[in-house]
Design a protein around this ligand. Structure first.
Ligand code: HEM
Length: 179
């Protein structure tokens, strides 16, 4: 395997924490939304919604930290053997994922502010998003956009995982940079 130059430790830790959270959020989101659609309410549906809102909001906060880390610390350059077009494609997908990882939770948060459905558990509530009025119709539009953004993010993540697996199997050192 070629000499591996890793991403900074903080960057790698944030990558894997956020990956785990988002890979939990998408199935939980689809599951709870399908239960709501089927009008199945009760403790399980409420728990799924609470977990989704709490984890989703945490992803938003962690993404702010991740962007600061990305701006302040430099990632390792791609190896010269990697075709230029592939480098540009990889960087574009990564940047698009950063955008979606911020915009998707923002729409979810705006939706629960407009609905309003900010309670997580007991007296613990998320803060409302500033300047978002209480309006159920607005909330349903925001949730609709939130759902589509999440699906788009899911498709990009699937491609990202496939590319990572390919690097892992080829043992070209790219996968090891994030481990
Ligand atoms: C990266 C972060 C997030 C991802 C990947 C994500 C993913 C999803 C997915 C896949 C769905 C199901 C969509 C559907 O089938 O219509 C969903 C629904 C939902 N999400 Fe998120 N979500 C995120 C963050 C958030 C945040 C921060 C909140 C609120 C604080 C939130 C609140 C909701 C709510 C309330 C629904 C249900 C909407 C409905 O019932 O129509 N999400 N989310």
């Amino acid at each position: 395997m070629p000499q591996v130059q890793k991403y900074p430790a903080g960057w790698r830790v944030l990558h894997w924490i956020i990956a785990l959270l988002v890979l939990t959020l998408i199935p939980v989101g689809l599951w709870m939304a399908s239960r709501a659609e089927a009008d199945i309410w009760g403790a399980l549906t409420n728990t799924l919604y609470s977990a989704h809102k709490a984890i989703g909001f945490s992803v938003l906060l962690l993404m702010i930290l991740r962007i600061v880390v990305k701006i302040r610390l430099k990632g390792p350059p791609y190896p010269d053997e990697m075709p230029r077009k592939l480098q540009i494609a990889a960087k574009s997908v990564h940047h698009l994922m950063y955008v979606l990882l911020v915009v998707t939770p923002l729409f979810g948060w705006a939706g629960v502010t407009a609905f309003p459905a900010l309670t997580i558990v007991g007296d613990y509530k998320l803060p409302g998003m500033p300047f978002v009025p209480e309006d159920e119709e607005l909330a349903s539009s925001l949730f609709y956009i939130h759902g589509w953004l999440a699906i788009t993010l899911g498709v990009l993540i699937a491609g990202h995982i496939a590319a990572a697996l390919r690097h892992f199997l080829r043992k070209d050192g790219i996968f090891q940079r994030m481990v």
